[in-house]
Design a protein around this ligand. Structure first.
Ligand code: ADP
Length: 271
């Protein structure tokens, strides 16, 4: 620790004498233009966070905006696959260039940098955090809306993303079980501590649609998730069914062809 100058605004140390909170927020690339930034978070992996991020980007693009997706889920990067993007990202002397999807959505993901996109990412937390921060500081985004597919959970990687990228809001994705069990509570607390507004909650895998009669079959009882969200002051903005067609479209890299309007209320709240 260096000698104390008693000027906390120029000091990076976090000591007991600190008189003001230290901001770790980073500036984006000077050549970039970024409008509003929204993070999509979840209490754990595999609940459909990337799926929701891509759908929100598609809806924002269809509404006529310039849109980007920053894939901060470095150890499970599924964004390029959902959009059917497999080429490598390039760079010039100003910074990294995002790859564009067929409808013009700008993407940056570790999968666009690996020699072989099936290679596992076996980096430790600080390295992953550094890469995600670079996707913010180095990429030449030109977007009205940037959606960040956040690392799952509330570990050190998620925390460093929260601290370094200035988010205008977050959308929480949860399964009905998680919502009732409030597995998402830590994510809510983290957002509150970082003073990031919560746009609302998307309940994923809420129900099954009967292929014969089209009736909704709730998988976890109706009404309990709404009550759980209400109890924590969260807005339950959308419910998505388990839909094999949705999984198939993502597997085929055709998420931009999806016509379902489940997330329209979330897009409306953001746009
Ligand atoms: P996360 O980003 O939370 O790890 P993903 O969005 O990658 O989760 O989803 C995990 C898997 O579940 C993917 O293969 C995705 O296609 C599938 N999936 C997510 N939500 C649904 C849904 N509502 N219906 C069908 N499959 C889904």
């Amino acid at each position: 620790m260096s000698e104390c100058t008693h000027d906390c605004s120029t000091c990076g140390e976090s000591c007991g004498e600190r008189t003001e909170p230290q901001s770790f927020l980073k500036e984006h690339n000077p050549a970039a233009r970024v409008g509003r930034v929204y993070g999509v978070v979840s209490g754990k992996g595999g609940v459909g966070k990337s799926m929701v991020t891509s759908q929100l980007a598609v809806l924002a693009r269809r509404a006529g905006h310039k849109v980007g997706v920053l894939d901060a889920d470095v150890t499970g990067p599924s964004i390029p696959r959902a959009f059917g993007v497999h080429q490598r990202a390039m760079a010039d002397e100003r910074g990294m260039l995002p790859v564009e999807t067929s409808t013009g959505i700008q993407l940056m993901s570790v999968n666009l940098l690996l020699d072989d996109e099936t290679d596992p990412v076996i980096w430790r937390g600080p390295v992953i955090g550094g890469v995600v921060t670079q996707f913010w500081t180095d990429v030449i985004w030109d977007v009205d809306y940037l959606f960040v597919d956040m690392p799952p959970g509330t570990g050190d990687v998620a925390l460093s993303v929260f601290q370094s990228i200035p988010l205008d809001g977050i959308v929480i994705v949860a399964s009905p079980q998680e919502l009732v069990g409030m597995v998402v509570e830590k994510a809510v607390k983290m957002a509150e501590m970082m003073a990031v507004p919560i746009v609302g909650v998307v309940e994923n895998m809420s129900y099954l649609l009967c292929p014969d009669c089209g009736r909704e079959i709730p998988l976890f009882g109706q009404g309990r998730t709404q009550a759980a969200a209400d109890a924590h002051g969260l807005k339950l903005l959308a419910r998505m069914p388990i839909d094999p067609a949705l999984a198939q479209l993502t597997d085929q890299g055709r998420i931009e062809d999806l016509q379902a309007q489940w997330l329209a209320p979330v897009a409306e709240a953001i746009l």
